[in-house]
Design a protein around this ligand. Structure first.
Ligand SMILES: *Cc1c(COP(=O)(O)O)cnc(C)c1O
Length: 420
């Protein structure tokens, strides 16, 4: 639990705000984010790179709320985006386009053109075809495209298969062997400048060795490209640093950077700036999901706590079998072996399974900890459930930063044609 969350006399707090007050006022389910925790995590990463020419980009997909983005932009962060929608959000939140890097295997024409229009810092190109398209659109619109090649260093990050991107058989990146051939082709392009190398091997990485190995492999490519006359100004090591959800021993940003510092320093001496793009590490422990227990029941010899939040609000337990700590908002509840499940009509709809959970009564509030990353951003309207409200806390102040959806939002844009 991040130390922005702690128990006071009046129960669990986020910074100086009592969580039951937020739930009472805004209802549940509600995501709550700590401004202080966001800032602390961002600065921790930034300071880990001190002494190196670097920029910390925030991976927008982890938590793309405008206020969260606005806070990160104000700390000086860059933005790592993976869609035109994220570009739109990043621009609205005030990120400097000169600090925006754009990744993704399937960028469409509209997305590439939008990025060119904003003159973003770098497109992280993932295939020969994408590079060709970028050249064509840049020429058509009279723009230049600054490009990093996203290489696939073929390293297994030892994380969940769904969030593992850096092994040979993944759809992401260009094999190191092919990257050199592709680079040579860039010479034929008039509107593309190859100025970077990018890698991102996966998410929730808790082991240093594969991360360091991948950086070493990709850095060799940087050296080789420089040797061949390319002015590689940027080396992007990606994101993916893991956080503690339960008892994981994830390396700190400093431990990560120190493990690869000699490699990064050598590149720095050659004029290459280091980029990273962390999402989960910045937002994960800064957020919780507040939910209320609606019913308790026993079935098949098991205890069930039925909450008003479900897999549509927080997908990670169902999708990745992820663990989120469950805390009572009022301290002191005994533990009970139980499942915490949601109201969605799927057996896979659970928030915590076969666990010792707070012995909460109907009506009690629970907090799902470490829900700030890939929480709301993966929420859906499945079962026609309005998505939760989002609240940002800063010191003793708090504000709703996204309203709970209304029923009318559920059918927004839907049309019934005249032939019905
Ligand atoms: C998702 C993603 C990230 C961020 O991953 P985290 O695990 O949240 O740090 C960084 N870079 C790219 C290209 C991504 O797709």
């Amino acid at each position: 639990m991040d130390d922005s969350y702690y128990y006071g006399e009046d129960g669990l707090r986020c910074e100086d705000v009592v969580l039951s007050e937020i739930a009472g006022s805004v209802g549940t389910p509600t995501y709550v984010y700590s401004y202080g925790a966001l800032e602390k995590a961002y600065r921790e990463i930034d300071e880990a790179f001190s002494g190196l020419d670097h920029m910390v980009c925030y991976a927008v997909k982890a938590n793309s709320n405008l206020s969260v983005l606005h806070a990160l932009a104000s700390f000086g962060a860059g933005a790592d985006i993976v869609s035109g929608g994220e570009l739109y959000r990043a621009m609205k939140a005030g990120f400097d386009p000169k600090k925006v890097v754009f990744a993704g295997v399937g960028k469409t024409e509209d997305e590439l053109v939008a990025g060119l229009g904003e003159r973003i810092l770098l497109f992280n190109v993932e295939s020969a075809s994408e590079l060709e398209h970028l050249e064509r659109f840049a020429a058509r619109h009279g723009k230049r495209a600054r490009v990093s090649l996203r290489v696939n260093p073929d390293v297994h990050p030892e994380t969940h298969a769904h969030v593992s991107t850096g092994h040979g058989a993944s759809k992401f990146g260009i094999p190191v062997e092919e990257a050199l051939a592709l680079a040579e082709r860039v010479g034929e392009y008039r509107c593309v400048d190859l100025i970077g190398v990018h890698q991102h091997i996966g998410s929730q990485i808790t082991k240093l060795a594969p991360y360091a190995e991948s950086v070493e492999k990709s850095a060799q490519l940087v050296d080789e490209l420089k040797h061949r006359g390319f002015d590689i100004k940027y080396f992007n090591i990606g994101g993916g640093l893991g956080i503690r959800y339960k008892d994981e021993e994830a390396p700190s940003p400093r431990e990560l950077v120190d493990a690869i510092r000699p490699i990064l320093e050598a590149l720095g001496t050659g004029g290459t700036k280091i980029l990273c793009e962390m999402g989960r590490y910045i937002a994960g422990n800064a957020g919780v999901l507040l939910t209320r227990v609606i019913y308790r029941k026993r079935s098949g010899g098991k205890n069930f706590l039925v909450a008003d939040a479900g897999m549509n609000d927080l997908l990670r337990p169902s999708l990745y079998d992820a663990y989120h700590e469950v805390r009572p908002v009022q301290d002191g509840a005994a533990a009970v072996p139980a499942d915490l499940v949601g109201p969605v009509c799927e057996s896979g709809d659970y928030l915590a399974r076969d666990r010792d959970l707070p012995d909460a009564a109907e009506g009690d509030l629970l907090a799902l900890m470490s829900a700030g990353a890939y929480g709301f951003s993966m929420a859906s309207n499945y079962n026609s459930r309005p998505r939760p409200a989002e609240v940002l806390v800063k010191g003793d102040r708090w504000a709703v930063v996204r309203e709970r959806e209304h029923l009318a939002d559920l059918v927004k844009g839907e049309l019934v044609p005249a032939f019905l």
